[in-house]
Design a protein around this ligand. Sequence first.
Ligand SMILES: [Zn+2]
Length: 138
Amino acid sequence: MQNKQEQFDRSYLEMAAVWAKNSYCKRRQVGALLVKDRMIISDGYNGTPAGFENICEDDEGHTKPYVLHAEANAITKVAKSGNNSKGATMYVTTAPCLECSKLIIQAGITRLVYKDDYRISDGIDLLKRAGIEIVNIE
Ligand SMILES: [Zn+2]
């Protein structure tokens, strides 16, 4: 029988996967949730900044450089709120890239639960160096 924490981790990760479906990006849809004291304090999916067209790819099918990743959207959303991400757990459907990993460290997030591996692992490597607890749930 799995313990309570693992049960919650799986549930939140499933919710992040559902949230990813809100992304209008075609190449890859990623969802992220921030959970603190067993409460969802923020959410994000990959997409363009507020006020921009809801199209992630250019005419050649490449992702536009100003598309925000799900993790960055979740972190900046909580920054606009009255809450903060210190000591929070991030649930994300794909392992964070290097740029998002920097944000995760600086946002005071202490735990990361993710599902799919990213093609390069430099983000996860950086998070490990920063002492962030990493859990991979397939
Ligand atoms: Zn990223």
